[in-house]
Design a binder for this molecule. Structure first.
Ligand code: PGA
Length: 254
């Protein structure tokens, strides 16, 4: 059975103090929850400088901590960059790669993303790999092709053993931070398409084992309906992950 996962991508938000507060509140609310949250894997992705402090205040058995980015080079003279090896050495287990904000604002191509995925896996990090189409690509009916290319040039080149360490997140760019969510039917259509790509490239058993998360204005009011779709295995949450109450409600809605 594939894992149910709810991940919070804090992006470039919080300070050291507010990051610790947010993580502690999420931890407490989860511990006190009356709902069955034990079968949901919860992941937090704070900014780099706070990763260690956040990991310190959460129950590691219930909450995994990850990094929002890594460099596409292993080490050396790359001022300001953070390597996969550095992240792994802090005890962190997860990494987000391919987020549309990295693709759009930092020019991360599929080639760069494939390098990052290789480095992450070589350092035993599990990867949340994001894909998703822009509004104009959806309106032009090109979204299947866009997603197929994003995946074919990156994670679909991995071996089936490496794929055990990949979580996919479908995040339509037009839904990220816009308040406009994909309908459960729109999201399910793409999730099923992605699972089918995995079946074609690998096999049905592998396709059935990979968790595919939805991201894009996911919040307490729409999470339940999204998560009830057969091929949606959880969410990658941005804005709503910055409020402990909302984030835990999303987890509880599973
Ligand atoms: P959002 O962001 O929930 O604020 O739309 C999701 C994401 O970018 O991962």
């Amino acid at each position: 059975m594939r894992k149910k996962i709810v991940a919070g991508n804090w992006k470039m938000n919080t300070t050291l103090e507010s990051a610790i507060l947010l993580a502690s509140e999420i931890d407490t609310r989860l511990a006190d929850s009356k709902k069955n949250v034990d079968d949901v894997t919860v992941l937090l992705f704070p900014p780099f400088p706070f990763i260690h402090s956040v990991a310190d205040v959460v129950n590691a058995e219930k909450i995994g901590v990850g990094s929002q980015n890594i460099a596409n080079q292993p080490k050396g003279a790359f001022t300001g960059e953070v390597s996969a090896e550095m992240i792994a050495s802090t005890g962190v287990g997860y990494i987000i790669i391919g987020h549309s904000e990295r693709r759009a604002y930092y020019g991360e191509t599929n080639e760069i993303l494939a390098q990052k995925v290789d480095l992450a896996l070589a350092n035993n990090l599990d990867v949340v790999f994001c894909c998703g189409e822009k509004l104009e690509e959806r309106e032009a009916g090109q979204y299947f092709d866009v997603i197929k290319t994003q995946l074919s040039e990156t994670i679909l080149k991995l071996s089936s053993d490496q794929m055990q360490h990949i979580i996919i997140a479908y995040e339509p760019v037009w839904a990220i931070g816009t308040g406009k969510t994909a309908t459960p039917e729109q999201a399910q259509e793409i999730h099923a398409f992605i699972r089918n790509l995995l079946s074609e490239k690998f096999d049905d058993a592998l396709a059935d084992s990979v968790s595919i998360l939805y991201g894009g204005s996911c919040k307490p009011s729409n999470a339940k309906e999204l998560f009830s779709q057969p091929d949606i295995d959880g969410g990658l949450i941005g804005g709503a992950a910055l409020k402990a109450e909302d984030f835990v409600q999303i987890i509880e809605s599973y």
